[in-house]
Design a protein around this ligand. Sequence first.
Ligand code: ARG
Length: 577
Amino acid sequence: MNIQALLSDKVSQALIAAGAPADCEPQVRQSAKVQFGDYQANGVMSVAKSLGKPPRQVAELVIANLDLTGIASKVEIAGPGFINIFLDPEFLAKSVDAAVSSDRVGVTISEPKTVVVDYSAPNVAKEMHVGHVRSTIIGDAAVRTLEFLGHKVIRANHVGDWGTQFGMLIAYLEKQQQENAGEMALSDLEEFYRAAKKHYDEDAEFAERARAYVVKLQGGDEYCRTMWRKLVDVTMTQNQITYQRLNVTLTRDDVMGESLYNPMLPGIVADLKAKGLAVESEGATVVFLDEYQNKEGEPMGVIIQKKDGGYLYTTTDIACAKYRYETLHADRVLYFIDSRQHQHLMQAWTIVRKAGYVPDSVPLEHHMFGMMLGKDGKPFKTRSGGTVKLTDLLDEALERARRLVTEKNPDMPADELEALANAVGIGAVKYADLSKNRTTDYIFDWDNMLAFEGNTAPYMQYAYTRVLSVFRKAAIDETELLKAPVVIREDREAQLAARLLQFEETLNVVARDGTPHVMCTYLYDVAGLFSGFYEHCPILAADSEEARNSRLKLALLTAKTLKLGLDTLGIETVERM
Ligand code: ARG
């Protein structure tokens, strides 16, 4: 059910009948205030301008041609020429009826597209740190949303699994194996990387060996490949545990690391040269872009192959975009990467477009995000100033949630309590991130995210259980209930119904813009409207059987919508808390 689309169609027709061109924009939006109705159409003004007529006059004409029988109970002109649309309670009732009896609460399947989503992307032999959290959590919510809408989603985990550091890592792994009789001391990846680096910096002979291994690895040497694979394997096994804890849908099959594109790089460089886009400059191969200027105001040079023959992060991202279009047949590619990499991506994609690797009809979208900051407003660090390991962060979340839910549910059995703590703790960390507009930095604050009031996971999870408890008390069979009709008489019923019916519109915004916070705001709003409705419109004590059943159905649709909505965010729900 997409009321906005339905109204857009109707208003378009009326605009055209009033003299507007066939491609006019009806600009139908959800109204921000109840007094403006449920929706408003703002397209009259620009149409009036192009027709050279007074907007109110055009608005009158549009209304005369606007047939909203059975949809709206009132349509009025406001201000300079806005059209306010008030939905008919009967239309709302029928739509709620249809939505509540469907598994998908009436959400239609979009025209299926192949969408590649680049997210998470940790680095090999490094612990996944909080910097990867945002990409993983936000990207996964986008993936779930796109899949729910019926798209074919390809998860692309662009793992950093290639580069000159692997010579050093292989040399150190070898040393470890010799000293510990084959035991892999890779459990602490951070420590492993640091120790490898230390040897590289301090031991000339080790550094020599490391450099030789880089060359051998790139040449396809069997021993080096095996050692490299071990490093990748151990890292991704550890990351997989984290994904599971986070309730993130990535699997080992989704790994499409940098190494995948490695064999394509010589061809890319040769092709860019042949196309006259890349040139030799001081021994390196460079693409000069007029679109970007360096400090001297000259076209910026983007190196795609170094003097020593090595390729760069940009070269890989050029090949990667091409591959996603050519081989994966992407209709659209979404990248969830922090904002500091914006220029890098723009440069890579400018080259991709110039070379004709991906047509303009296939969008390459950078959905960027800011940093995670501590309460002091500085980059999130441990007390001693180190990077916070994700596993430690999740352990702490669980510990805090455990304390919280134990206090609130002293009589709950231990295993249920543990499951609840997990849902609340992990949910809190994820929701705190998801609920903020991703483009800005955000402050990581335990007390805020675990609060039972406000737009938080615990509040939303609790709101869901409250709706469920109404059913437990009603002790009614769902199939029986579905036979009873919804009737809408009270304003609070109408407002809740109208908002519930905007679920699909919300999903579409998240899918289009990659902004899960829009879903959080929506669900929070639904929970608030439900509270108001629950307080003012008695459900179990309704004065007629009809009203009672109708209100139970509104409650049922609320429960279903909250659950599905939280699902698209990757937030677990529980039956009681
Ligand atoms: N591994 C990279 C990092 O940790 C992120 C990769 C993002 N994806 C991409 N296609 N460049 O910074």
